[in-house]
Design a protein around this ligand. Sequence first.
Ligand code: ZN
Length: 370
Amino acid sequence: MGQSKKLLAGVIRNDRQMADARTIRYYDSSPHERAAQDQRPVEAQPPIGELRLDPLVNEWVAMAAHRQSRIFLPPKELCPLCPTTGDLLTEIPESDYEVVVFDNRSPSLRAPIGDWALPDQVGPDTDTGTAAGKCEVICFTAEHGNSFKDLSEQRVRVLLEAWIDRTEELSKESYIQHIAPFENRGEEIGVTISHPHGQIYAYSYLPPRVEKMLAAATTYKKQTNKILFDEVVAREIKDKVRIVAQNDRWIAFVPFAARYPFEIHVAPRNPVADLTGLTEQDRAAYAPIALEVMKRLDGVFGVEMAYIAAWHQAPVRVGRDVLRLHWQITSVRRAPGKLKYLAGSESAMGAFIMDVQPEQSAAQLREVIL
Ligand SMILES: [Zn+2]
């Protein structure tokens, strides 16, 4: 039998082994026996990939060539994230589930064997590292056709508890430096399976954007003795014009210098470093604002928005006193039938050009009738 663990809000986690020794974790809002066995034949797992340094910008690139063969937009009858029914043996052996988290079958990053360290960065002579880390898949619902916004408040709470639990557990691994739960939705941004799900990437190095945020927050703290993100939230509360939704624990706003036509940041009013710092009141108040924001996003043009929704947390070991938890949602749709493509300025130079005023997109999001 697997292990069982009690989380807040009555959520129970049950662990099982999959046929190929990966772990699947069931998160349920009430006790369920999760005893179904994975009946599939064992397939060999791909080997660990490599980390190569791009010395021009000092950024690690994970090489995961085995991912080329992964499943691409399967029809519903072959969806690997639906529950197992009849002859369809999926990643989830049970015939129904609430939220599950399991190790990705073709992970870009995986647990290293033995001691592990990033190679020293010495320009083009930097050694190749092994692509250490963890990649997990998190399924939000057994209902194939649904989206995040269709989930019940109770289900969003189970999902939040699962994200918190994964952050807590992955943080204990000595080789993990940063944990990023995110959801990609929509074929426009490269989603390969349309079942409502997200991923949890646990990196053995700081992702470039996190490094940049850490440097900015550290400098700001030195200069002002204040926390950068807290001041950003304070400005949004003062300016009001870019606020999209709020409740007594959370605030959602289009950032002052948004990079995407529809970009929303959602932050707890009482700042914390990562998901594990959220209080019971914060956790209870997350579902209503999360669902409202997603409904507003889909309501703007009356079409399902392609988006990336990513939790930004403080890294596991550094910057915990200057970086703050928040949820960034970015959408590439700027009008019905029109997408923003990252072209020359954005892709080649990293310099964003925005043709929608953040104050205007905030107003459009506020005007959506729910
Ligand atoms: Zn499915």
